[in-house]
Design a binder for this molecule. Structure first.
Ligand SMILES: [Zn+2]
Length: 64
């Protein structure tokens, strides 16, 4: 479930995974695009920022 503040409803909503429209991984991290019960789309930011080139994500190192 996702905790989402819907500006259209002006209240906190709990949304199910079936209400996820898509997931975007950009420079600011992971954005889960959700559709509220009222039909409004919104984004829930989650996860860590994506590692830039030359950096390794935590716990994910290349073997040498
Ligand atoms: Zn809503």
């Amino acid at each position: 479930m996702f905790d989402f503040h819907c500006p259209e409803c002006d209240r906190r909503q709990l949304l199910f995974s079936s209400q996820v429209e898509r997931v975007i991984n950009d420079d600011q991290g992971i954005a889960v695009i959700v559709r509220c019960w009222c039909g409004e789309l919104g984004a829930v930011r989650t996860g860590a920022k994506r590692a830039s080139r030359g950096e390794q994500a935590p716990g994910f190192a290349l073997a040498s």
